[in-house]
Design a protein around this ligand. Structure first.
Ligand code: SAM
Length: 245
């Protein structure tokens, strides 16, 4: 696996004598104490702009590392479609797992949903931790754009805002409800347009919340006869939409 590090500030294109970048915080800790880097070692930097920057370790301090940027390559590992996932996040480690898998599958944006039966949605410090998870997952899977962790949004606001996406899919168990179909019948085939998908909370969406989405043009999607946990349903729905792209 390539040794990748995230740089908060945009990295300038190296010219002439090149550009130097200083890593600090969690990224420097990883490079110094986990990877035990030595001067002269080669790594790859990314800054969320869509490019990768091969770099050489120049100087290692106690908590900072200076690197010489050796080049710039645009490397696109994004989905060919803009994908937004609205989800009433589960608690603790399951939340982290969901965010990590969403990054790996190429989701562009997660919106934590406030629904009638939601457990508490993440506060700012929890969102900051999830944004760190986004960086860790991007380092591992090679994405050069960071998935956006949006602030929590109330269900009616999310439904209204998603009108800009031509494809809108809500995971909703069938229970004899003829409107909820397997995705094979309902999903966009090769969608060039933005897609929004949504998954309800542990307690499920209320009849009123589901009706609101259907009235706004959402297609309800059945994911099989078993009731899945929130993170499993989110993973499956996203995987079915992206189909390994
Ligand atoms: N007791 C809740 C109910 O009956 O709706 C279960 C909710 S489930 C744990 C959490 C969310 O995952 C649901 O709101 C739905 O969005 C999604 N989900 C779980 N299993 C599903 C299935 N088989 N088909 C479609 N969506 C499912």
């Amino acid at each position: 696996m390539v040794d990748r590090y995230f740089v908060e500030d945009r990295i300038a294109e190296p010219r002439g004598h090149g550009t130097t970048v200083r890593l600090s915080g969690a990224e420097a800790h990883h490079l110094i104490h986990v990877m035990r880097a030595k001067p002269g070692g080669q790594v790859v930097l990314f800054d969320g702009s869509g490019a990768e920057f091969p770099a050489r370790v120049e100087k290692i301090g106690r908590s900072e590392v200076d690197l010489a940027v050796l080049g710039r390559q645009s490397v696109d590992r994004e989905l060919p479609v803009e994908l937004t996932l609205g989800v009433a996040l589960p608690k603790g480690d399951r939340q982290r797992w969901l965010v990590e898998k969403a990054v790996e599958l190429g989701v562009g944006r997660i919106v934590p949903l406030r629904t009638e039966r939601s457990v508490a949605q993440p506060e700012e410090n929890a969102l900051a931790r999830l944004r760190r998870t986004v960086i860790e997952a991007s380092k591992q899977c090679g994405r050069n754009h960071l998935m956006e962790m949006a602030p929590p949004q109330a269900w009616p606001d999310f439904v209204a805002a998603a009108k800009r996406c031509p494809h809108r899919l809500l995971a909703h168990p069938c229970r004899g409800d003829s409107a909820s179909r397997p995705l094979a019948d309902a999903g966009p085939t090769s969608p060039p347009e933005p897609v929004a998908v949504a998954v309800g909370p542990e307690g499920g969406l209320t009849t009123h919340e589901v009706a609101l989405a259907i009235a706004a043009g959402w297609q309800t999607v059945d994911l099989g006869p078993r009731i899945l946990r929130v993170e499993t349903a989110a993973f499956l729905l996203v995987a079915l939409v992206t189909r390994g792209r």
